[in-house]
Design a protein around this ligand. Structure first.
Ligand SMILES: [Fe+2]
Ligand SMILES: [Zn+2]
Length: 451
């Protein structure tokens, strides 16, 4: 609570120093806790006044419509009336080119009524009391059944995924030619990354430009403070980060300090001369999270809810921190489905806005996690070679490498999550289904029936 009251008094200090110019000039500018000006209201912690469960305590019955047509299959066909009017898919309500809503939701009468329905071949046409006749493709309605997917009480749940064993002799691999040849090759590559968390690409020309073009088959390369997108470097500490040395690098994820860490990273070793070592390490963060959950439910919960922070500030011109505290396990709020593992003890920022018990609980849970990711059965070791690129899911796989001697030249780049998922969705489902499943949670890419 210390933090909360410090924040409130800081706000009060700020607002009492800068009197609100919109305030009645006859009113005193001295801070008055009973005043109702906008700026002073902001200093009140709103949450404390409400119990969260009361937020949805809506009065009165909620108008609903049940669509009686076999075309919707056996599942629930009941939709809230206002929601359905607001989600009309006709070209007057959704712009046919931009796919953005053009209908002004709040111009619809709150008590809009259903008048009539006509079940056509591909869609239901609904007549509304506001004079509009709406179009609802069955494919759209099926994807948006209410209450079809439920939330769960587990602190962490998982989408279906495959995990490569540490002693495996073969790894998910695609060929450079197939990826460059057509979109089917790109989809196969993306599916391997989505399922296993990583994939090798064989037969890549030992050339930075060609490697760059390979990454761009998925999406454009993300710029960072390390490089203008695509990077190509030798181990010389040009950038003040452990990754640019020749030392051992323990398993970690990259970009824990960004509000939105990069989703993919690709490495291509272009040369390694006058030395040895530098094997690559991969650890499946989803599998490790499953192990932690089985061994200690509470530890998993702590890593899914207690926040820490991270930073990148080695170079003179950089001092980056994420906009909010980060967790080791980031889960979708409603389903608790794990979508991101963030673990980089090198980049963890000091944290003191927690109490004695919380910090102890966090260290206990993190110690357990750290022990799991270092187990030999969790560590996948491979040796990178010129001509074979490695791409991995940085929201899932931890990576590292052993110490090396000599001179290594590596190139690679990052890809954003959103652009990766967009490419995956369109290649897998085609544009029509991708549009019909907009807003559907969990993401159709993660539905078990797709596997
Ligand atoms: Fe890294
Ligand atoms: Zn419409």
């Amino acid at each position: 609570m210390r933090q909360g009251s410090a924040w409130v008094s800081a706000c009060r200090r700020l607002y009492s120093t800068f009197p609100d110019s919109t305030r009645d000039p006859t009113e005193s500018t001295v801070y008055n806790p009973k005043a109702t000006s906008y700026s002073q209201k902001r200093a009140v912690p709103l949450r404390s006044e409400f119990s969260k469960s009361k937020l949805w305590d809506v009065k009165g019955p909620i108008p609903k419509i049940t669509l009686n047509t076999e075309k919707l299959g056996p599942s629930d066909r009941t939709y809230p009336t206002f929601w359905l009017r607001d989600h009309c898919q006709c070209s007057e309500c959704i712009h046919p080119d931009t796919k953005q809503r053009i209908l002004d939701t709040f111009s619809i009468p709150e008590d809009v009524e259903f008048l009539d329905v006509n079940y056509e071949e591909e869609s239901a046409k609904i007549k509304w009391s506001d004079g509009h006749t709406g179009t609802y493709p069955y494919a759209f309605l099926k994807e948006h059944q209410f209450g079809a997917r439920r939330s769960t009480l587990n602190p962490v749940t998982f989408r279906p995924f495959g995990s490569v064993k540490a002693d495996s002799k073969t790894f998910p691999t695609v060929s450079y030619e197939s990826v460059m040849e057509n979109d089917q090759g790109v989809l196969e590559w993306i599916e391997q990354i989505h399922k296993w968390g990583f994939c090798f690409v064989k037969g890549v020309p030992i050339d930075p430009e060609k490697t760059k073009t390979l990454i761009e088959r998925i999406a454009f390369i993300r710029h960072t403070h390390y490089a203008g997108g695509f990077w190509d470097f030798t181990s010389d500490l040009t950038f003040k980060d452990t990754a640019y040395t020749s030392e051992f690098l323990g398993a970690h994820t990259d970009n824990t300090y960004f509000t939105d860490p990069a989703r993919l990273q690709l490495f291509h070793l272009l040369s390694h001369t006058h030395g040895e070592g530098g094997e690559s390490l991969l650890v499946d963060g989803f599998k490790a999270a499953e192990v932690l959950l089985q061994e200690n439910h509470q530890h998993a919960e702590i890593l899914a809810c207690l926040e820490t922070s991270a930073h990148s500030s080695g170079n003179e011109s950089v001092c980056i921190q994420p906009a909010y505290g980060t967790h080791v396990f980031h889960t979708v709020p409603r389903s608790n489905q794990l979508y991101m593992v963030r673990w980089n003890n090198y980049d963890r920022a000091p944290k003191s806005d927690w109490n004695m018990k919380q910090q102890k609980a966090w260290y206990d849970a993190a110690r357990h996690w750290n022990e799991i990711i270092k187990r030999p059965e969790m560590e996948i070791w491979t040796q990178l070679e010129p001509g074979t690129a490695l791409i991995f899911d940085n929201w899932r796989m931890l990576h590292g490498r052993s110490e090396f001697t000599g001179k290594r030249r590596m190139c690679g780049g990052y890809v954003n999550n959103d652009d990766f998922v967009s490419r995956h969705r369109l290649l897998k489902f085609g544009r029509e289904r991708a549009l019909n499943t907009l807003g559907v949670n969990p993401d159709p890419l993660d539905w078990p029936q797709e596997y």
